[in-house]
Design a protein around this ligand. Structure first.
Ligand code: PAF
Length: 282
C-alpha cells in the first residue's frame, strides 16, 4: 500500500491505473478506523481493481464547540490496519491540499432540502462541510465508485443527491452498519463513553428495533411510536436530539402505504452524540 498526501502523487498513480484499465473506488474517512470502516474497504474491493482510502479530519464539518480538536487521530494504527486489508493507497492530504485557497475562500457545495432536518438542524453547517469536502476528495481521487456507511444515513442520501445533481460519474454504494455484539453501531465517538454509558448505549439501537417490530406488526401511528421511543431513551439516560420515522428514499414523512421506512435517531450520552438508524420494509 502506498501512502500519499499530494495531488501530484495521486495524479501520477491515476494515470497509470487508467492506462491499465483499472477502476478506482474511494472510501472517504476521518481515520480512527474501526471494523465498520474496514468493511467499507472490503466492499470497495469488490467493486474496483484499485481502492483509495482517504483519511482527513475535515475542519469544515465541525461546528463551534464540537469535537474537532479531540477527534481521535490514529494514523499509525490506521495505516497498519489498511496494509493488512490490501488497500492500494492511503491518501492523507493536509488542509492546504484539500482547500488550496484556504477555508475562508473555499467554494462551498451545499445541498438544500435534504439537509434541513435531523443532523442538519442540530449541526448547522455540518452537511455543507461534508459535501464540500467529499466533492473535493472526488475531484482529487477521481473515483468510479465511492463507498459510505449506512450509519450516517442522512449523509449518504445527501452525497447521492449531490452526485446526481452535479452529474458526477461516480456510483455511490451504501454499506450496512457494523455493530458491536450488543447492537451498538460502531463509531469513533463510542470511545467518548464512560464504562457506565457504554453499558446503556445499545438501548438506542434497541429502541429503533422496537419501532421496527411495531411497524412490521402493522402499526402506523408514527408520531406515537416516535414519542414512545423518545421517552424510552430519555429514561435510559440519553438526551435525545431526534427520533424520526421517515421514507427511506428521501426522509419525507411517510404515508400509510409507504413500503420502505427508515427509523433514525440521534441522542447525547455523556460527551458522545450517538446516531443510528434501521431500514424497515413494511
Ligand atoms: O463520514 C465521515 O467520516 C465523514 O463525514 C466523511 C464522509 C469522511 C467526510 O469528511
Amino acid at each position: 500500500m502506498q501512502v500519499v498526501s499530494t495531488r501530484e502523487e495521486l495524479r501520477e498513480m491515476h494515470e497509470d491505473w487508467r492506462h491499465h484499465g483499472n477502476h478506482v473506488a474511494i472510501v472517504p474517512t476521518m481515520g480512527n478506523l474501526h471494523e465498520g470502516h474496514l468493511s467499507l474497504v472490503e466492499l470497495a474491493r469488490q467493486h474496483a481493481e484499485r481502492v483509495v482510502v482517504t483519511v482527513f479530519v475535515n475542519p469544515t464539518q465541525f461546528g463551534e464547540g464540537e469535537d474537532f480538536d479531540e477527534y481521535p487521530r490514529t494514523l499509525k494504527r490506521d495505516t497498519q490496519r489498511l496494509k493488512k486489508l490490501d488497500a492500494d493507497v492511503l491518501f492523507t492530504p493536509d488542509v492546504d491540499t484539500v482547500y488550496p485557497f484556504g477555508i475562508d475562500k473555499a467554494t462551498v457545495v451545499s445541498v438544500p432540502g435534504l439537509t434541513r432536518n435531523f443532523c442538519g438542524a442540530s449541526r448547522p453547517g455540518h452537511f455543507d462541510g461534508v459535501t464540500t469536502v467529499v466533492a473535493r476528495l472526488f475531484a482529487l481521487v477521481r473515483p468510479d465508485v465511492a463507498v459510505f456507511g449506512q450509519k450516517d444515513y442522512q449523509q449518504q442520501l445527501v452525497i447521492r443527491h449531490m452526485t446526481v445533481d452535479l452529474s458526477l460519474p461516480i456510483r455511490i454504494i451504501t454499506a450496512p452498519t457494523v455493530r458491536e455484539a450488543d447492537g451498538l453501531a460502531m463509531s469513533s465517538r463510542n470511545q467518548y463513553l464512560s464504562e457506565a454509558e457504554r453499558a446503556v448505549a445499545p438501548r438506542l439501537h434497541a429502541s429503533l428495533q422496537a419501532i421496527g417490530t411495531e411497524l412490521q406488526d402493522g402499526k402506523r401511528n408514527f408520531a406515537e411510536l416516535e414519542n414512545s421511543a423518545w421517552a424510552k431513551i430519555e429514561a435510559a439516560g440519553f438526551t435525545p436530539d431526534y427520533v424520526a420515522i421517515r421514507r427511506a428514499e428521501n426522509l419525507e414523512p411517510p404515508d400509510r402505504d409507504c413500503d420502505e421506512i427508515v427509523v433514525l435517531a440521534a441522542a447525547h450520552l455523556g460527551k458522545a452524540r450517538l446516531i443510528d438508524n434501521i431500514v424497515v420494509s413494511i
